[in-house]
Design a protein around this ligand. Structure first.
Ligand code: MG
Length: 486
Protein backbone atom coordinates (compact mmCIF):
# COMPACT_ATOMS: atom_id res chain seq x y z
CA UNK A 1 0.00 0.00 0.00
CA UNK A 2 1.37 3.37 -0.90
CA UNK A 3 0.63 6.90 0.21
CA UNK A 4 -0.13 8.25 -3.28
CA UNK A 5 -2.63 6.94 -5.85
CA UNK A 6 0.05 5.95 -8.36
CA UNK A 7 -1.31 2.56 -9.40
CA UNK A 8 -3.38 3.05 -12.53
CA UNK A 9 -5.96 0.62 -13.86
CA UNK A 10 -7.13 1.09 -17.42
CA UNK A 11 -10.23 -0.66 -18.73
CA UNK A 12 -11.51 0.05 -22.24
CA UNK A 13 -15.26 0.69 -22.33
CA UNK A 14 -17.34 -2.18 -23.79
CA UNK A 15 -14.23 -2.91 -25.85
CA UNK A 16 -15.33 -5.31 -28.60
CA UNK A 17 -18.71 -3.64 -29.04
CA UNK A 18 -17.19 -0.13 -29.10
CA UNK A 19 -14.64 -1.24 -31.70
CA UNK A 20 -17.50 -2.56 -33.84
CA UNK A 21 -19.45 0.68 -33.48
CA UNK A 22 -16.37 2.68 -34.47
CA UNK A 23 -15.80 0.45 -37.49
CA UNK A 24 -19.45 0.38 -38.58
CA UNK A 25 -20.90 3.90 -38.63
CA UNK A 26 -24.49 2.63 -39.01
CA UNK A 27 -24.22 0.99 -35.56
CA UNK A 28 -23.24 4.10 -33.59
CA UNK A 29 -25.67 4.68 -30.74
CA UNK A 30 -27.38 1.35 -31.44
CA UNK A 31 -27.46 -1.83 -29.35
CA UNK A 32 -24.62 -4.13 -30.45
CA UNK A 33 -23.89 -7.59 -29.09
CA UNK A 34 -20.61 -9.40 -29.88
CA UNK A 35 -20.14 -13.07 -29.16
CA UNK A 36 -20.76 -16.66 -30.24
CA UNK A 37 -23.81 -16.78 -32.49
CA UNK A 38 -24.20 -20.57 -32.53
CA UNK A 39 -26.87 -22.38 -30.49
CA UNK A 40 -24.62 -22.58 -27.41
CA UNK A 41 -22.94 -19.20 -27.87
CA UNK A 42 -22.57 -16.63 -25.12
CA UNK A 43 -22.21 -12.83 -25.12
CA UNK A 44 -18.60 -11.61 -25.10
CA UNK A 45 -19.43 -7.89 -24.93
CA UNK A 46 -22.62 -5.84 -25.15
CA UNK A 47 -22.62 -2.14 -26.04
CA UNK A 48 -24.00 0.24 -23.42
CA UNK A 49 -27.15 0.59 -25.54
CA UNK A 50 -27.66 -3.19 -25.38
CA UNK A 51 -26.96 -3.27 -21.64
CA UNK A 52 -30.05 -1.09 -21.15
CA UNK A 53 -32.09 -4.11 -22.26
CA UNK A 54 -30.38 -6.22 -19.60
CA UNK A 55 -27.87 -7.90 -21.91
CA UNK A 56 -24.48 -8.53 -20.33
CA UNK A 57 -21.33 -10.54 -20.99
CA UNK A 58 -21.37 -14.31 -20.36
CA UNK A 59 -25.17 -14.38 -20.89
CA UNK A 60 -26.40 -17.11 -23.27
CA UNK A 61 -26.87 -15.59 -26.72
CA UNK A 62 -30.41 -16.96 -26.99
CA UNK A 63 -31.39 -15.02 -23.88
CA UNK A 64 -29.77 -11.85 -25.24
CA UNK A 65 -31.79 -12.20 -28.45
CA UNK A 66 -35.00 -12.42 -26.44
CA UNK A 67 -34.10 -9.31 -24.41
CA UNK A 68 -32.84 -7.22 -27.34
CA UNK A 69 -34.29 -8.66 -30.55
CA UNK A 70 -33.35 -5.59 -32.60
CA UNK A 71 -29.69 -5.39 -31.59
CA UNK A 72 -26.94 -6.10 -34.13
CA UNK A 73 -25.44 -9.55 -33.41
CA UNK A 74 -21.83 -9.84 -34.53
CA UNK A 75 -19.11 -12.48 -34.54
CA UNK A 76 -15.91 -11.12 -32.91
CA UNK A 77 -13.04 -9.89 -35.12
CA UNK A 78 -10.05 -10.58 -32.90
CA UNK A 79 -7.50 -9.44 -35.46
CA UNK A 80 -8.94 -5.94 -35.09
CA UNK A 81 -9.21 -6.05 -31.29
CA UNK A 82 -5.61 -7.28 -31.04
CA UNK A 83 -4.27 -4.47 -33.17
CA UNK A 84 -6.15 -1.86 -31.10
CA UNK A 85 -4.90 -3.56 -27.93
CA UNK A 86 -1.31 -3.33 -29.19
CA UNK A 87 -1.76 0.42 -29.70
CA UNK A 88 -3.14 0.84 -26.17
CA UNK A 89 -0.44 -1.30 -24.55
CA UNK A 90 2.22 0.67 -26.44
CA UNK A 91 0.92 3.88 -24.86
CA UNK A 92 0.88 2.27 -21.39
CA UNK A 93 4.47 1.12 -21.89
CA UNK A 94 5.43 4.80 -22.24
CA UNK A 95 4.28 5.43 -18.69
CA UNK A 96 6.19 2.72 -16.86
CA UNK A 97 8.25 -0.43 -17.30
CA UNK A 98 5.75 -2.06 -14.91
CA UNK A 99 2.65 -2.75 -17.00
CA UNK A 100 0.58 -5.82 -16.15
CA UNK A 101 -1.97 -6.64 -18.85
CA UNK A 102 -5.01 -8.59 -17.61
CA UNK A 103 -6.63 -9.04 -21.01
CA UNK A 104 -6.69 -7.35 -24.41
CA UNK A 105 -8.35 -4.27 -22.97
CA UNK A 106 -7.31 -4.07 -19.34
CA UNK A 107 -4.02 -3.44 -17.52
CA UNK A 108 -2.39 -2.16 -14.36
CA UNK A 109 0.41 0.42 -14.61
CA UNK A 110 2.77 1.39 -11.79
CA UNK A 111 3.20 5.13 -12.42
CA UNK A 112 5.58 5.61 -9.51
CA UNK A 113 7.97 2.98 -10.86
CA UNK A 114 7.85 4.77 -14.21
CA UNK A 115 8.66 8.12 -12.64
CA UNK A 116 5.58 9.60 -14.33
CA UNK A 117 3.61 10.44 -11.18
CA UNK A 118 4.27 10.66 -7.47
CA UNK A 119 1.19 12.33 -6.03
CA UNK A 120 -2.53 12.75 -6.65
CA UNK A 121 -2.20 15.75 -8.96
CA UNK A 122 0.44 14.21 -11.21
CA UNK A 123 -1.35 10.83 -11.30
CA UNK A 124 -4.61 12.48 -12.35
CA UNK A 125 -2.82 14.53 -14.99
CA UNK A 126 -1.25 11.40 -16.48
CA UNK A 127 -4.59 9.59 -16.32
CA UNK A 128 -6.31 12.38 -18.24
CA UNK A 129 -3.60 12.54 -20.86
CA UNK A 130 -3.67 8.78 -21.25
CA UNK A 131 -7.41 8.83 -21.94
CA UNK A 132 -6.89 11.58 -24.52
CA UNK A 133 -4.06 9.68 -26.18
CA UNK A 134 -6.06 6.46 -26.35
CA UNK A 135 -9.01 8.25 -27.89
CA UNK A 136 -6.82 10.01 -30.46
CA UNK A 137 -4.89 6.91 -31.47
CA UNK A 138 -7.61 4.25 -31.37
CA UNK A 139 -10.86 6.21 -31.63
CA UNK A 140 -12.12 4.41 -28.51
CA UNK A 141 -12.62 5.40 -24.90
CA UNK A 142 -11.12 3.82 -21.83
CA UNK A 143 -11.82 4.43 -18.15
CA UNK A 144 -9.04 5.03 -15.68
CA UNK A 145 -8.92 4.26 -11.98
CA UNK A 146 -6.13 5.52 -9.69
CA UNK A 147 -5.42 4.31 -6.19
CA UNK A 148 -2.70 3.13 -3.84
CA UNK A 149 -3.34 -0.56 -4.57
CA UNK A 150 -4.39 -2.79 -7.45
CA UNK A 151 -7.66 -3.77 -5.85
CA UNK A 152 -8.75 -0.17 -5.36
CA UNK A 153 -7.47 1.02 -8.74
CA UNK A 154 -9.70 -1.60 -10.35
CA UNK A 155 -12.67 -0.58 -8.23
CA UNK A 156 -11.98 3.05 -9.17
CA UNK A 157 -12.02 2.36 -12.92
CA UNK A 158 -15.27 0.44 -12.49
CA UNK A 159 -16.75 3.47 -10.74
CA UNK A 160 -15.39 5.75 -13.47
CA UNK A 161 -17.19 3.87 -16.25
CA UNK A 162 -18.04 4.69 -18.89
CA UNK A 163 -15.53 7.14 -20.32
CA UNK A 164 -14.33 8.56 -17.01
CA UNK A 165 -11.51 8.85 -14.52
CA UNK A 166 -11.69 8.34 -10.79
CA UNK A 167 -9.16 8.54 -8.01
CA UNK A 168 -9.44 6.88 -4.62
CA UNK A 169 -7.31 8.81 -2.18
CA UNK A 170 -5.20 6.60 0.07
CA UNK A 171 -6.73 6.74 3.53
CA UNK A 172 -10.31 6.77 2.29
CA UNK A 173 -10.46 3.08 1.27
CA UNK A 174 -12.13 1.70 4.36
CA UNK A 175 -14.98 4.22 4.24
CA UNK A 176 -15.44 3.84 0.51
CA UNK A 177 -15.56 0.05 0.58
CA UNK A 178 -17.85 -0.28 3.61
CA UNK A 179 -21.25 -0.02 1.87
CA UNK A 180 -20.19 -1.96 -1.23
CA UNK A 181 -21.48 -5.48 -1.87
CA UNK A 182 -19.07 -8.29 -0.97
CA UNK A 183 -18.83 -9.19 -4.67
CA UNK A 184 -16.78 -5.99 -5.17
CA UNK A 185 -13.74 -7.70 -3.60
CA UNK A 186 -11.51 -9.79 -5.84
CA UNK A 187 -11.98 -13.51 -5.30
CA UNK A 188 -15.61 -13.24 -4.18
CA UNK A 189 -17.65 -15.10 -6.77
CA UNK A 190 -21.33 -16.03 -6.66
CA UNK A 191 -20.72 -19.12 -4.50
CA UNK A 192 -18.69 -17.29 -1.83
CA UNK A 193 -21.14 -14.37 -1.88
CA UNK A 194 -24.00 -16.82 -1.32
CA UNK A 195 -22.13 -18.48 1.52
CA UNK A 196 -21.50 -15.10 3.15
CA UNK A 197 -25.10 -13.98 2.65
CA UNK A 198 -26.37 -17.05 4.48
CA UNK A 199 -24.07 -16.01 7.33
CA UNK A 200 -25.72 -12.58 7.26
CA UNK A 201 -22.93 -10.69 5.45
CA UNK A 202 -23.77 -8.74 2.31
CA UNK A 203 -21.54 -5.64 2.47
CA UNK A 204 -17.79 -5.18 2.83
CA UNK A 205 -18.51 -3.53 6.16
CA UNK A 206 -20.18 -6.74 7.36
CA UNK A 207 -16.92 -8.56 6.58
CA UNK A 208 -14.78 -6.02 8.39
CA UNK A 209 -17.02 -6.21 11.45
CA UNK A 210 -17.22 -10.00 11.45
CA UNK A 211 -13.51 -10.14 12.24
CA UNK A 212 -10.83 -12.38 10.89
CA UNK A 213 -11.57 -15.42 13.08
CA UNK A 214 -15.17 -15.62 11.86
CA UNK A 215 -14.18 -15.29 8.17
CA UNK A 216 -11.50 -17.96 8.57
CA UNK A 217 -14.08 -20.24 10.23
CA UNK A 218 -16.45 -19.72 7.27
CA UNK A 219 -14.05 -19.76 4.34
CA UNK A 220 -10.83 -21.35 5.51
CA UNK A 221 -7.54 -19.82 6.53
CA UNK A 222 -6.21 -18.51 3.21
CA UNK A 223 -9.42 -17.18 1.70
CA UNK A 224 -10.91 -15.91 4.96
CA UNK A 225 -7.69 -14.18 5.96
CA UNK A 226 -7.22 -12.44 2.63
CA UNK A 227 -10.85 -11.36 2.52
CA UNK A 228 -10.52 -9.81 5.93
CA UNK A 229 -7.46 -7.81 4.85
CA UNK A 230 -9.19 -6.68 1.66
CA UNK A 231 -12.28 -5.56 3.60
CA UNK A 232 -10.02 -2.96 5.20
CA UNK A 233 -8.65 -1.96 1.82
CA UNK A 234 -5.35 -3.68 2.46
CA UNK A 235 -3.75 -5.05 -0.70
CA UNK A 236 0.00 -4.98 -1.29
CA UNK A 237 0.19 -7.06 -4.47
CA UNK A 238 2.77 -5.45 -6.76
CA UNK A 239 2.23 -4.64 -10.42
CA UNK A 240 4.14 -7.42 -12.17
CA UNK A 241 5.48 -6.95 -15.67
CA UNK A 242 5.72 -9.91 -17.97
CA UNK A 243 9.50 -10.01 -17.59
CA UNK A 244 9.19 -10.76 -13.87
CA UNK A 245 6.16 -12.96 -14.20
CA UNK A 246 5.87 -16.43 -12.76
CA UNK A 247 4.76 -17.79 -16.10
CA UNK A 248 5.22 -17.21 -19.80
CA UNK A 249 2.36 -17.84 -22.16
CA UNK A 250 1.23 -17.08 -25.67
CA UNK A 251 -2.21 -17.40 -27.13
CA UNK A 252 -4.02 -16.82 -30.37
CA UNK A 253 -7.65 -16.18 -31.05
CA UNK A 254 -8.95 -17.17 -34.44
CA UNK A 255 -11.42 -15.06 -36.34
CA UNK A 256 -12.94 -18.21 -37.75
CA UNK A 257 -13.27 -21.24 -35.48
CA UNK A 258 -10.86 -24.07 -36.23
CA UNK A 259 -12.68 -27.31 -36.97
CA UNK A 260 -9.89 -29.44 -38.35
CA UNK A 261 -8.22 -31.50 -35.63
CA UNK A 262 -4.92 -31.61 -37.51
CA UNK A 263 -4.91 -27.83 -37.87
CA UNK A 264 -5.66 -27.45 -34.13
CA UNK A 265 -2.70 -29.64 -33.31
CA UNK A 266 -0.44 -27.71 -35.69
CA UNK A 267 -1.46 -24.43 -34.05
CA UNK A 268 -0.75 -25.83 -30.58
CA UNK A 269 2.72 -26.90 -31.68
CA UNK A 270 3.37 -23.50 -33.24
CA UNK A 271 2.27 -21.77 -30.02
CA UNK A 272 4.50 -24.08 -27.98
CA UNK A 273 7.43 -23.00 -30.16
CA UNK A 274 6.61 -19.31 -29.67
CA UNK A 275 6.21 -19.83 -25.93
CA UNK A 276 9.65 -21.42 -25.64
CA UNK A 277 11.18 -18.56 -27.64
CA UNK A 278 9.79 -16.11 -25.09
CA UNK A 279 10.93 -18.33 -22.23
CA UNK A 280 14.47 -18.46 -23.62
CA UNK A 281 14.55 -14.74 -24.32
CA UNK A 282 13.87 -14.21 -20.61
CA UNK A 283 16.59 -16.78 -19.79
CA UNK A 284 14.14 -18.86 -17.84
CA UNK A 285 12.92 -22.41 -17.81
CA UNK A 286 9.72 -23.88 -16.42
CA UNK A 287 8.29 -27.07 -15.08
CA UNK A 288 4.58 -27.03 -15.81
CA UNK A 289 3.14 -26.85 -19.31
CA UNK A 290 -0.35 -25.38 -19.60
CA UNK A 291 -2.76 -25.66 -22.50
CA UNK A 292 -5.73 -23.32 -22.82
CA UNK A 293 -8.61 -24.00 -25.19
CA UNK A 294 -11.60 -21.75 -25.76
CA UNK A 295 -14.32 -23.48 -27.70
CA UNK A 296 -16.75 -22.04 -30.23
CA UNK A 297 -19.31 -21.38 -27.46
CA UNK A 298 -16.71 -19.39 -25.42
CA UNK A 299 -16.42 -22.12 -22.80
CA UNK A 300 -12.76 -22.16 -21.79
CA UNK A 301 -10.73 -24.90 -20.21
CA UNK A 302 -7.11 -25.26 -19.16
CA UNK A 303 -5.11 -28.44 -18.72
CA UNK A 304 -1.63 -28.73 -17.29
CA UNK A 305 1.13 -31.26 -16.96
CA UNK A 306 4.06 -30.99 -14.57
CA UNK A 307 7.39 -32.35 -15.78
CA UNK A 308 10.05 -33.90 -13.57
CA UNK A 309 12.22 -30.81 -13.79
CA UNK A 310 12.30 -27.39 -15.46
CA UNK A 311 12.83 -27.26 -19.21
CA UNK A 312 13.21 -24.80 -22.05
CA UNK A 313 13.41 -27.48 -24.72
CA UNK A 314 10.92 -26.73 -27.51
CA UNK A 315 10.43 -30.44 -28.25
CA UNK A 316 9.53 -31.20 -24.63
CA UNK A 317 7.04 -28.33 -24.37
CA UNK A 318 5.55 -29.13 -27.78
CA UNK A 319 5.04 -32.77 -26.90
CA UNK A 320 3.55 -32.00 -23.49
CA UNK A 321 1.12 -29.51 -25.08
CA UNK A 322 0.15 -32.05 -27.74
CA UNK A 323 -0.50 -34.70 -25.05
CA UNK A 324 -2.74 -32.27 -23.18
CA UNK A 325 -4.64 -31.51 -26.37
CA UNK A 326 -5.38 -35.17 -26.94
CA UNK A 327 -7.62 -35.18 -23.87
CA UNK A 328 -9.66 -32.17 -25.02
CA UNK A 329 -12.85 -32.47 -27.04
CA UNK A 330 -12.69 -29.89 -29.84
CA UNK A 331 -15.76 -31.01 -31.73
CA UNK A 332 -17.76 -27.97 -32.71
CA UNK A 333 -14.75 -25.74 -33.23
CA UNK A 334 -11.98 -23.93 -31.40
CA UNK A 335 -11.81 -20.18 -31.07
CA UNK A 336 -8.67 -19.65 -28.98
CA UNK A 337 -5.59 -21.68 -28.16
CA UNK A 338 -2.87 -20.88 -25.69
CA UNK A 339 0.29 -22.55 -24.44
CA UNK A 340 2.10 -21.48 -21.31
CA UNK A 341 4.92 -22.58 -19.04
CA UNK A 342 4.79 -21.93 -15.31
CA UNK A 343 6.85 -22.86 -12.28
CA UNK A 344 9.70 -20.81 -13.74
CA UNK A 345 13.26 -21.18 -12.60
CA UNK A 346 16.60 -19.80 -13.67
CA UNK A 347 18.65 -22.63 -15.02
CA UNK A 348 22.19 -23.63 -15.69
CA UNK A 349 23.18 -24.97 -19.04
CA UNK A 350 24.36 -28.39 -17.76
CA UNK A 351 21.11 -29.04 -15.91
CA UNK A 352 19.26 -28.30 -19.04
CA UNK A 353 20.90 -30.86 -21.27
CA UNK A 354 20.49 -33.55 -18.66
CA UNK A 355 16.84 -32.70 -18.15
CA UNK A 356 15.99 -32.43 -21.81
CA UNK A 357 17.34 -35.91 -22.38
CA UNK A 358 15.44 -37.26 -19.39
CA UNK A 359 12.21 -35.65 -20.50
CA UNK A 360 12.53 -36.91 -24.03
CA UNK A 361 12.76 -40.39 -22.56
CA UNK A 362 9.73 -39.67 -20.40
CA UNK A 363 7.81 -38.30 -23.37
CA UNK A 364 8.67 -41.45 -25.25
CA UNK A 365 7.15 -43.53 -22.46
CA UNK A 366 3.97 -41.50 -22.66
CA UNK A 367 3.52 -42.20 -26.35
CA UNK A 368 1.52 -45.35 -25.66
CA UNK A 369 -0.92 -43.38 -23.52
CA UNK A 370 -1.16 -40.83 -26.30
CA UNK A 371 -2.26 -43.42 -28.82
CA UNK A 372 -4.87 -44.61 -26.38
CA UNK A 373 -6.21 -41.07 -26.08
CA UNK A 374 -6.34 -40.72 -29.84
CA UNK A 375 -8.35 -43.90 -30.21
CA UNK A 376 -10.85 -42.64 -27.63
CA UNK A 377 -11.14 -39.35 -29.46
CA UNK A 378 -11.88 -41.05 -32.75
CA UNK A 379 -14.43 -43.28 -31.06
CA UNK A 380 -16.20 -40.19 -29.72
CA UNK A 381 -16.06 -38.62 -33.13
CA UNK A 382 -18.02 -41.50 -34.54
CA UNK A 383 -20.49 -41.59 -31.67
CA UNK A 384 -21.22 -37.85 -31.98
CA UNK A 385 -21.31 -37.96 -35.76
CA UNK A 386 -22.76 -34.85 -37.41
CA UNK A 387 -26.55 -34.86 -37.24
CA UNK A 388 -26.68 -34.38 -41.00
CA UNK A 389 -25.20 -32.37 -43.83
CA UNK A 390 -24.76 -28.69 -43.09
CA UNK A 391 -27.80 -26.65 -44.07
CA UNK A 392 -27.47 -23.88 -46.66
CA UNK A 393 -28.01 -21.41 -43.87
CA UNK A 394 -25.22 -22.85 -41.69
CA UNK A 395 -22.92 -22.90 -44.68
CA UNK A 396 -23.61 -19.24 -45.43
CA UNK A 397 -23.08 -18.26 -41.77
CA UNK A 398 -19.77 -20.11 -41.67
CA UNK A 399 -18.54 -18.59 -44.90
CA UNK A 400 -19.80 -15.07 -44.19
CA UNK A 401 -19.77 -14.54 -40.39
CA UNK A 402 -21.99 -11.66 -39.29
CA UNK A 403 -19.93 -8.51 -38.80
CA UNK A 404 -16.87 -9.67 -40.70
CA UNK A 405 -15.23 -7.58 -43.39
CA UNK A 406 -15.75 -8.03 -47.09
CA UNK A 407 -14.69 -6.26 -50.26
CA UNK A 408 -16.75 -6.07 -53.41
CA UNK A 409 -15.20 -5.32 -56.80
CA UNK A 410 -17.69 -2.53 -57.49
CA UNK A 411 -18.97 -1.40 -54.11
CA UNK A 412 -15.75 -1.47 -52.07
CA UNK A 413 -15.36 -2.25 -48.34
CA UNK A 414 -18.27 -3.43 -46.22
CA UNK A 415 -19.36 -5.91 -43.60
CA UNK A 416 -21.71 -8.86 -43.48
CA UNK A 417 -25.02 -7.82 -41.98
CA UNK A 418 -26.60 -11.22 -42.33
CA UNK A 419 -26.78 -14.34 -44.44
CA UNK A 420 -29.02 -17.27 -45.19
CA UNK A 421 -30.81 -19.18 -47.94
CA UNK A 422 -27.97 -18.74 -50.38
CA UNK A 423 -27.78 -14.97 -49.91
CA UNK A 424 -25.50 -12.62 -48.01
CA UNK A 425 -26.44 -9.07 -47.08
CA UNK A 426 -23.61 -6.54 -46.94
CA UNK A 427 -23.54 -2.99 -45.63
CA UNK A 428 -20.98 -0.89 -47.50
CA UNK A 429 -19.35 1.44 -45.00
CA UNK A 430 -16.02 1.76 -43.20
CA UNK A 431 -14.50 3.54 -40.19
CA UNK A 432 -15.02 7.27 -40.56
CA UNK A 433 -17.52 7.01 -43.43
CA UNK A 434 -21.18 8.00 -43.45
CA UNK A 435 -23.59 5.18 -42.57
CA UNK A 436 -23.65 2.98 -45.66
CA UNK A 437 -26.17 1.20 -47.87
CA UNK A 438 -27.17 -2.42 -47.83
CA UNK A 439 -27.02 -4.78 -50.81
CA UNK A 440 -27.69 -8.48 -51.13
CA UNK A 441 -25.64 -11.01 -53.13
CA UNK A 442 -25.57 -14.71 -53.79
CA UNK A 443 -23.17 -16.35 -51.31
CA UNK A 444 -20.96 -17.47 -54.19
CA UNK A 445 -20.86 -14.09 -55.96
CA UNK A 446 -17.34 -13.98 -57.45
CA UNK A 447 -17.11 -10.19 -56.97
CA UNK A 448 -17.40 -10.56 -53.17
CA UNK A 449 -14.43 -11.60 -51.04
CA UNK A 450 -13.55 -11.73 -47.33
CA UNK A 451 -11.32 -8.78 -46.35
CA UNK A 452 -9.06 -7.65 -43.53
CA UNK A 453 -10.41 -5.15 -40.96
CA UNK A 454 -9.52 -1.51 -41.65
CA UNK A 455 -7.86 0.53 -38.87
CA UNK A 456 -10.36 2.52 -36.79
CA UNK A 457 -8.29 5.70 -37.12
CA UNK A 458 -6.79 6.24 -40.55
CA UNK A 459 -3.87 8.50 -39.61
CA UNK A 460 -3.30 8.42 -35.85
CA UNK A 461 -1.46 11.42 -34.37
CA UNK A 462 2.16 10.94 -33.37
CA UNK A 463 2.57 10.15 -29.69
CA UNK A 464 6.17 8.99 -29.98
CA UNK A 465 7.47 11.70 -27.65
CA UNK A 466 4.66 11.32 -25.12
CA UNK A 467 4.80 11.77 -22.12
CA UNK A 468 8.21 13.46 -22.23
CA UNK A 469 6.55 16.88 -22.14
CA UNK A 470 4.71 15.96 -18.94
CA UNK A 471 7.09 15.48 -16.05
CA UNK A 472 5.75 14.89 -12.58
CA UNK A 473 3.67 17.91 -11.65
CA UNK A 474 4.96 18.07 -8.09
CA UNK A 475 4.90 21.83 -8.25
CA UNK A 476 1.48 21.96 -9.92
CA UNK A 477 0.07 23.58 -6.80
CA UNK A 478 -3.33 21.95 -7.22
CA UNK A 479 -4.63 20.61 -3.96
CA UNK A 480 -5.77 17.00 -4.35
CA UNK A 481 -9.34 18.10 -3.71
CA UNK A 482 -9.27 20.37 -6.73
CA UNK A 483 -8.57 17.45 -9.05
CA UNK A 484 -12.04 16.20 -9.65
CA UNK A 485 -12.78 17.64 -13.07
CA UNK A 486 -13.89 14.89 -15.45
MG1 MG B 1 -13.27 -3.47 -20.67
Amino acid sequence: MRAAPTILHLDMDAFYASAEQAAKPSLRGKPVVVGGLGPRGVVATASYEARRFGVHSAMPMAQARRLAPNAAYLVPRFALYRSVSDQVMELLGRLSPLVEPLSLDEAFVDLEAGGTADDTASALEIGRQLREAIEAVTGLSGSVGLAGSKMLAKIASEEAKPDGIRVIEPGTERELLAPMPVRTLPGVGPATADHLRRAGMTTVNDLAEAGEAELVRLLGKAHGGSLHRMAFGYDDRPVVSERDAKSVSVEDTFDIDLHDRVRVRTEVERLAGRCVQRLRAAERSGRTVVLKVRRYDFSTLTRSETLRGPTDDPAVVREAAARLLEAVDTTGGVRLLGVGVTGLADFTQEDLFAQAAGERAEAGLADGAEEGAQATEEGQGRADAEPGPESAEQLAARRWPAGHDVRHDTHGHGWVQGSGVGRVTVRFEEPGSEPGRVRTFRIDDPALRPAEPLPLVREPPDYSSWPASLPKSRSGGGAPGAESRP
